[in-house]
Design a protein around this ligand. Sequence first.
Ligand code: ZN
Ligand code: ZN
Length: 95
Amino acid sequence: MRRVSRPRVIRCAACAGRIKPQHPHIGVEDLEEGVEFSYHARSGCQIRCAEETATRLEAGKVYAMHHYHSSTCPDEAPGFGCAGGCFDTPMAVAN
Ligand SMILES: [Zn+2]
Ligand SMILES: [Zn+2]
């Protein structure tokens, strides 16, 4: 039996930099194709994330957003503005 091992290297779709899994990041999951785009939590990459997701939505895609918090985030049910300060608050993306 062949076992496929996938190295779990996540790259930011905005800046192509590597995202450490224990660091906060955003995942945008394409529900039709089962692929997920990842973005850094910092505001520049978040804005790119919002813009690119809006473009894909206009093309009729269906997405689910996931917010992955830092492994050290103290919030039990974390969201934006969590106690861990995982995500920069993006200025231009208020909806
Ligand atoms: Zn990035
Ligand atoms: Zn957090």
